[in-house]
Write a protein that binds this ligand. Structure first.
Ligand code: HEC
Length: 403
């Protein structure tokens, strides 16, 4: 979190919320992309499957009704009929449909490497269908395959050489690998290829649009929350901070902040104003009591000085100034101990009082020798009283010259 400790609340909030939103948007966009991808693949598989089924149904049908017609018209061979229909079905589209076999008669029905793999799977694993999105000639394509199994009617031409029609025997001599199938055996497969590039382009442009839209939402969010945070939190808090430092600088407790909002920040402002009122009242009281004290000691007949625990003189009356031969300005701030013949004893007494709350020198009248500005020793009777002001103790010494 050190990363954020030197940044403003606004920046910190913006950074954190932006990161969270970016993560959220990316996750959503990625999820969307995956869903659309699954959708188009499903669609393509459905399409390919229905084309393949039509081909197989057509071939099965022809195989059952033709007998020796292909003898005169090769175009009535089930394979050839199915191929022609497939061509017409897919003409004008970028689909392609082939019927392939590991033991082909027509070299143009030779399977490519993908089809060879699938045919082996059909032959050995007895899969119902297979599909996969693959790269074909540099383009993405869905490759779908549906196996064709030999039924009794197929064996007329794909069973034994001896029972095959004459036109088949002529073209494919005894021992050709396209003979010898049994009922139920996989004889080949319909292979459909659906071009996917265009569909992928569409979903990736959808993705780009989503991300662009999300980015715009993100920027608007950051701007609006930034403005809101500034208006509702930062500006009022800054105003309080500025006022506090003003007060510290000027010591003027009379300023109050306008409370325009009714929330936690409003409470802060309230507390600030209450604090200022309290300080204002306390200061006034202190000034008053100090004034009263000053006036009081001025009319007293004896020299009086008030000093802090460290001996520093903070208040004095004219009589005291005359006793020491100094003006008020010269006297204030000096250490009382320096004027005493027995300064160290007084210092120890004050310290005692400070730590133990009692001392033999405080509260009783003692004889002391003080020194004025010319170094002349004057003998006095001194009594010290203690008073509490704010958090500190003050000591007042009343002196009376002994003639
Ligand atoms: C009337 C004879 C005949 C019947 C019945 C027949 N076929 Fe064929 N089949 C052929 C001939 C001839 C070819 C070669 C076609 C060509 O030259 O393109 C062929 C080709 C094929 C091919 C393409 C692979 C290759 O060998 O070139 C497959 C697959 C196939 N037949 C499957 C079947 C199935 C399945 C059946 C039964 C539903 C069937 N055939 C019924 C004569 C037949």
């Amino acid at each position: 979190m050190r990363l954020f400790s030197n940044r403003s609340v606004n920046t910190t909030f913006n950074i954190i919320s932006s990161l969270l939103l970016v993560a959220l948007f990316l996750a959503l966009a990625f999820n969307n992309y995956r869903r659309e991808q699954a959708l188009i693949i499903n669609g393509a598989v459905d399409n390919a499957r229905s084309i393949a089924r039509q081909i197989i149904v057509t071939r099965d049908y022809i195989s059952k009704i033709v007998t020796d017609e292909p003898e005169h018209n090769y175009n009535l061979v089930p394979q050839v009929v199915a191929t022609k229909i497939a061509q017409q079905l897919t003409s004008g589209s970028r689909y392609y449909v082939r019927q392939v076999s590991l033991r082909y008669r027509n070299p143009s029905n030779r399977p490519d490497s993908f089809e060879t793999n699938q045919l082996t799977i059909f032959r050995d694993v007895k899969a119902q269908e297979t599909w996969q999105v693959a790269n074909q000639n540099g383009e993405k394509a869905l490759r779908f395959m549906l196996p064709m199994k030999a039924d009794q009617s197929c064996l007329a031409c794909h069973g034994s050489y001896d029972t095959a029609p004459h036109f088949v025997q002529v073209r494919f001599p005894r021992g050709h690998f396209s003979y010898g199938y049994k009922v139920g055996e996989v004889i080949g497969a319909v292979s459909v290829s659906v071009p996917m590039n265009e569909l992928y382009r569409q979903i990736s442009s959808n993705l780009k649009r989503d991300l662009f839209f999300d980015g715009a939402v993100l920027i608007i969010f950051v701007i609006i929350t930034g403005l809101l945070i500034r208006k509702t939190i930062l500006t009022p808090v800054k105003a309080v901070a500025t006022h506090i430092s003003d007060v510290a600088r000027t010591g003027n407790f009379s300023t109050r902040l306008d409370k325009t909002i009714n929330n936690e920040i409003g409470e802060l402002i309230n507390s600030f104003n209450e604090l200022m009122s309290e300080l204002d009242r306390k200061t006034l009281q202190r000034i008053e009591s100090e004034d009263r004290y000053r006036n009081f000691i001025e009319i007293a007949q004896s020299p009086i000085i008030t000093f802090m625990a460290d001996g520093k003189i903070v208040i004095s009356n004219q009589k005291a100034e005359r006793l020491f031969g100094l003006t008020k300005e010269e006297l204030l701030g000096q250490s009382v101990f320096d004027f005493m013949e027995n300064g160290e004893e007084l210092r120890a007494a004050v310290e005692d009082y400070y730590s133990a709350g009692t001392s033999k020198l405080i509260g009783t009248t003692t004889r002391q020798k003080v020194r004025d500005v010319c170094g002349q020793i004057i003998e006095v009777e001194m009594v010290i009283s203690v008073s509490q002001s704010d958090q500190t103790q003050m000591f007042s010494a009343i002196l009376r010259a002994v003639k």
